[in-house]
Each structure stands twice: as C-alpha cells, then as structure tokens.
Design a protein around this ligand. Structure first.
Ligand code: ADP
Length: 187
C-alpha cells in the first residue's frame, strides 16, 4: 500500500506520516529529511540543494528525481511506503506514477491535510523558535507557502480524477487526526 501525505508546510505531514508508517509497518520516505541529511554530510547533492532550501524554494527536479527513484527502489519499499514531502511537482508525480506502474502498483490513497493559512503561519513561526531550521525565517516561510500553492496544490486535481484524494481536517489533537486517517483508509 502506497500512501501519499499531502499538505502545506506546517500542516503536520511529518507527524501523521510517522504515526501511520509505524502503525502499518511501512517505511516512510521523506524528501525533506533526505535533503537535510545530504546538506549536513556536504555531499554534492547537498551542496547544490542548500541555496534553494535556505530560501524556501523547491530543490530542482534535476536533483530530486534521482533521489526519489532510488528511494522507491529500496527493497523495504517493495510492497508499500508512506510518501512524505513528495511528489511536489508534476514531474515528480509523473516519476512516482511511472515507477509504481512498472511494478504493477499505484498510489492507493492521498491524504490531504487541510489547515487554514493563518494556522499554518502560526505553527511555522512557533516551530521556528524550537527547531531553528534555516528555512524557518519569516521570508522563507512565506515563500514555502507560496511555492506549495503554486507547484504542489495543483497535484490535488491530478489525483482527484482518480478518486483517491481524501481531505483530512488538519486541526484537532494529533490523536484525533490519526484516528480520522485510520477511519479513512480502513486500517
Ligand atoms: P515543509 O513541508 O515544512 O516545507 P520539508 O522538509 O518537506 O518541509 O521541505 C523543506 C524544503 O526541502 C523545501 O522547501 C524544499 O526546498 C526541499 N524539498 C523537500 N522535498 C522536496 C521535493 N520533493 N522537491 C523539491 N524540493 C524539496
């Protein structure tokens, strides 16, 4: 079972993805974490990514597509995975669709975490105090929200045509949201 968690920055994708991955015993693939690890290690990919990441814009597909392909091909993702933070562009969505189709698989569910823009901004500023990510400056936060609306939100329509998009209210306690997800996917 392949499940994509989609939502704006600050919508709680990471938290709900972790809970879901644990419950279903599936690996969680998180492009943001992979990019952060590459930047920390100073790999060529990490060095290339930094200038985009810090500003809150997407790391180019030329850098990310190979990474996505490698992750989907991991042996532990053979029968399913939770996708967190990707696909974020049309090209990434195409790659995911194609890779899974070649294996006779497909995305089964898209969970769209729905949180108002006001709440997103509040959460991201609060998180910035705690985590201090370089892309948590007020400018980068505003950019990330815009980038989501422009590049990633259109993917919803792409997947909605297949009838696999479920809107999940992203406000409430972590447990309430996790329960709602459990109800939606039926396990
Ligand atoms: P958030 O959802 O809060 O923005 P992420 O960790 O998912 O947090 O992403 C942080 C940054 O990492 C993005 O602003 C972008 O620069 C980069 N990034 C993560 N995933 C992708 C992706 N699939 N494609 C391009 N860039 C990505």
């Amino acid at each position: 079972m392949f499940i994509l968690i989609l939502g704006a920055p600050g919508s709680g994708k990471g938290t709900q993805g972790r809970i879901l991955a644990e419950r279903l015993g599936l690996p969680k693939i998180t492009t943001g974490d992979l990019i952060r690890a590459a930047m920390k290690e100073g790999t060529p990919l990490g060095i290339e990514a930094t200038k985009y990441y810090d500003q809150g814009v997407l790391v180019p597909d030329s850098v990310v597509l190979g990474m996505i392909k490698d992750e989907l091909d991991r042996p532990d993702a053979k029968n399913g995975a939770i996708l967190d933070g990707f696909p974020r562009t049309a090209a990434q969505a195409e790659l995911v669709d194609k890779t899974l189709a070649q294996r006779g698989q497909r995305l089964n569910h898209i969970l769209l975490l729905d949180v108002t823009e006001d709440e997103l901004v509040k959460r991201m500023h609060a998180r910035a105090q705690v985590e201090g990510r370089p892309d948590d400056t007020p400018e980068a936060i505003a950019t990330r929200l815009q980038v989501y609306q422009r590049n990633t939100a259109p993917l919803i329509a792409h997947y909605a045509q297949r009838g696999i998009v479920h809107r999940v209210p992203g406000t409430g306690t972590i447990e309430q949201i996790a329960e709602e997800i459990k109800r939606i996917i039926g396990r």
